[in-house]
Design a protein around this ligand. Sequence first.
Ligand code: NOJ
Length: 748
Amino acid sequence: MKPIRILILSTLLAVSVSCTTGRKPSTVGTTPEVERRVEQLLSRMTLSEKIGQMNQVSAGGEVANYADALRKGQIGSILNEVDPVKVNEYQRIAVEESRLGIPLLVARDVIHGFHTVFPIPLGLASTFDPALVEEGARVAAVEATGQGVRWTFSPMLDIARDPRWGRIAEGSGEDTYLDTRMAEAMVRGYQGDLSDPSSMAACIKHFAGYGAAEGGRDYNSTFLTERQLRNVYLPPFEAAVKAGALTLMTSFNDNDGVPSTGNIFLVKDVLRGEWGFDGLVVTDWNSMGEMISHGFGTDRKEVARKSLEASVDMDMMTYGYLSHLEELVHSGAVKESDIDAAVRNILRVKVLLGLFENPYVDVEAGKAVQYAPEHLAAAQKTAEESAILLKNDGVLPLDPGSAGSILVTGPLADAPHEQLGTWVFDGDPSHTVTPLKALQERFPGKVTYVPGLRTSRSRRDRFDDVVAAARRADVVLAFLGEESILSGEAHSLADLNLKGSQSELLAALQATGKPVVAVVMAGRPLTIERDLPNCRALLYAFHPGTMGGPALVNLLFGDENPSGKTPVTFLRTVGQAPLYYNHNMTGRPYNGETLLDAIPEEAGQTSLGNTSYYLDYGAYPLFPFGYGLSYTTFAYSDVALDKDVYGQDDRIKVSLTLSNTGSREGTEVVQVYVRDLVGSVTRPVKELKAFERVSLKAGESRALEMEIPVSDLAFYGLDGVKKVEPGAFRLWVAGDSASGDPVSFRVD
Ligand code: NOJ
């Protein structure tokens, strides 16, 4: 009997929630009790108090500057205050001195860790380890909430296929499925158990298409079709909404002429209507006001109206709602019921986070959790899993027993702030362990440090000092790349080669004949083709964070075995951008045709093959998506499917044997890709549909089974309806997106 009663109760609960709210079942997990509290509060609010809740301001300076506005109920949220004493003071004024005592939502960009800095999100994605990424997000939440931050503007879910775009650092790269898995993990990690004071509301951003900025220039327009949006850019957002993300941020860009903050189709129709999102939608910083610069509105009044029409709840730093909504209601241009809907979404999040019960932070307890040893350990493990071995002629791992004398050089060898990456407002560089520091600790007396270049952009003609030191050393470790400041928001680049004289430094070192190992730390995949011949091994770390030093040293000396994989295609030259593995099938696919050098002078215009490639660089990248070496080798065999033909509701069971064919224990990221051979619209050549990290001892083989629901093959085709189109498919299981032999199946 019992299970049936439970079922009936939960059904009644769901029905009563949707009856109370008049919406689809809640995505944020509200309950009738939460809704009752929200309604009760709302019924007591004046129009001006409602509009106040919709206003978010950046704190700065003295609390007293905001006291008056807080007392009047004109601020619903503040961002950028992380002093817990001040946070408590803000809350005290809001809770004790405003008429209704509504607590503030305190927000911050906690993007890849708070004090303990984890690898940048692109590096988190390189781990292909959602469970570990979830753990990292939990660590960030524990530290940030310890100082009163209950809302982070993370995760960023923008698919980025152009490494010129500086914000590629902040997301999971080019692939929809990988991004989706990371999105769910981060939402779970930040939010944890909502009733716990260490839970922090996630904010999925930037909605939507921002990563497709034309030319990779930040804030630039995008021109994504609805089909591209739905098939490639929106799924991570939808998955994060399903995972319970409490909030979402609109993006700066205009897509096909419509800025996101006023985009009724995206926010109102898709997010609210189709997905039933009943969380809080916030603008990006002044993105409401920037609709005036876009020429999408004449003044703040007009763009405030357009934002509300799109069902945007909270205004970050335009003051458009605060200044104009009241007047817009009185003139009849805006309905108060739309304001009520926005305020409900805001209050719902505050109630769900337990802010009314726990508005204050325990300052001493909060201090104690910052940089906790287990947080540092998690950050180090993540940095270890995140680094990608791109080249190794066998020189790695170095033998710690006979390491001899080590020359450490390069601008990133001892740059505590620079290895932290973008968005580290709170990461204190004095806690950073650089590779130099880690090496000196591990090999006292054996390390010589000659930086060679002060920064990545420094220029030199000769490197006599470094070369002389290299000649005296047994091994040379060159730490190159780009500093934090060269990636992230508003930091796009048109040239992706190593900057300054870094390539020349590497070449000079290589010319000594000593074993040279390059470690590149960067916020994006740089074009390192010309550097590969000048080192015997290359380890690539997207800015690895506080514990990057020991993580890299453990990898270089074989305590850990590299297992990171590229979450984004590495280009040979910037002119190939955008080049990504899951592009559509073209009518004239590349088939290995003549490159420029091989073209006879007298060749006629039409004799070049006419397929899709560059005459000077061909069609392939330097390293494909999903690529990364290990100190051991893996072999795939017995790849088979449980059926030849699947029904729409089936699950595809992929079986295989993975063997560690080398002499060390190691971890492989097993990846499953699928191609839909014929569709009502052209389909990608391959799409990642599953992955799993598998650790095997030297010589060990393991039979594995991976599952893909047939429903995961659905896409928006010609009729604009998401479905699996029956027909023939191919499936690959491999260690990267460019390997493996396909097996075939059909879906009926
Ligand atoms: C602008 C950025 O685009 C966004 O990602 C960030 O969260 C906000 N500023 C708040 O700092």
